[in-house]
Design a protein around this ligand. Structure first.
Ligand code: FES
Length: 334
């Protein structure tokens, strides 16, 4: 028999089948709570259980679980529950749509990165918020998740930055995709969005193709003429890893108070770029004495995001609720 889960301080309640996790049950009925990987790795879905008992999967990373909280993507109720998520909202019914999107350009931006530009069928528009992602459906029914790199006002197209993963079922075929090929996509997903009302100075930290959702956010800010100081820390192994510097140069012209800290592990490339030599979390430590009164938007691998969170929250006084992240976990979407 399904258990009932109530969100504390609201009149929202939803059913969760035995063995089903709390996050899936909420999403199924159109209640969106923060999440990213859905695999127990990123910690974005952490929240409290005010009453009732849960059973958590061993896949839930202890490191990603704050004290006194559980990962909703890895826990199932053992009875009725009251939960206290860090945030939640109702998704408008019908907001998520499927499209047969056509490739119109496929360019190699770096040795291991393709930029795929898709067009929606004539007359159709995608509705999403900057920072959200889509799922590509593969012929075997499995799905891969990619953030939109274009801003929401470019709603007849979708731009994806795809890093080639060795042996990756989808990324292997990406270089062969040509104009006219069709991909089945569904969007929008995700909770990584700009908090426009906050108005605080922003620090965006991206690792490799974690640049894609940041590009959508900053293009959106430029379009809306939102005046917020923005620092971008974009990291990779070499200069080539920062595969779209022309876009950064554009922001330097149109975003007042924009600062760019290119961060690479190759010493000669770091010097050539006039940037930071090392990892992005160290670049953040070196660039800010305190992050009190800031917001940080961070996108990249689980290890990178966790290192940046530690630098910002544990060492630079960032309020934990002002750290927003999108964690990229390779493989099928959960
Ligand atoms: S740990 Fe649950 S969404 Fe990442």
């Amino acid at each position: 028999m399904a258990h009932q889960i109530r969100i504390a301080g609201s009149d929202l309640q939803f059913a969760c089948e035995p063995g089903e996790n709390i996050l899936d049950a909420a999403l199924k009925v159109g209640i969106e709570m923060p999440y990213s990987c859905r695999k127990g790795v990123c910690g974005n879905c952490a929240g409290k259980v005010a009453s009732g008992e849960v059973q958590c999967s061993p896949a839930a990373s202890a490191e990603a679980t704050p004290p006194g909280e559980v990962l909703y993507c890895q826990c199932s109720p053992l009875g009725d529950l009251e939960i206290v998520p860090t945030a939640y909202k109702r998704i408008e019914p019908g907001a998520r749509k499927r499209f047969a999107a056509k490739v119109f350009r496929n360019t190699r931006a770096a040795e291991d990165v393709s930029i795929l530009q898709l067009r929606l069928p004539a007359g159709q528009r995608a509705r999403f918020s900057a920072g959200q992602y889509l799922q590509v459906e593969l012929p075997d029914g499995s799905r891969r998740s990619y953030s939109m790199a274009n801003p929401p006002h470019e709603s007849d197209a979708l731009q994806l930055h795809i890093r080639h993963v060795a042996g990756g079922q989808f990324t292997q075929i990406v270089p062969t995709l040509a104009a006219g090929d069709v991909l089945q996509v569904e969007l929008p997903f995700g909770h990584f969005e700009l908090r426009e009302e906050a108005g605080l100075p922003m620090v965006c930290v991206a690792g490799g193709t974690g640049f894609a959702p940041v590009k959508s956010l900053l293009d959106d800010i430029a379009k809306k003429k939102i005046a917020r100081p923005v620092t971008l820390v974009w990291g990779g192994r070499t200069r080539e890893s920062l595969y779209l510097l022309s876009v950064v140069e554009r922001w330097q012209k149109v975003l007042p108070g924009f600062r760019f800290i290119p961060t690479v592990e190759d010493a000669a490339d770091a010097q050539a770029l006039g940037g930071f030599h090392g990892r992005v979390d160290d670049a953040v430590r070196a660039s800010f004495e305190s992050l009190a009164g800031h917001e940080v938007y961070c996108c990249g691998s689980p290890v990178m995001v966790s290192a940046v969170r530690k630098a910002c929250v544990d060492e630079r006084q960032l309020a934990p609720e002002h750290f927003f992240s999108d964690v990229f976990v390779p493989g099928p979407a959960a």
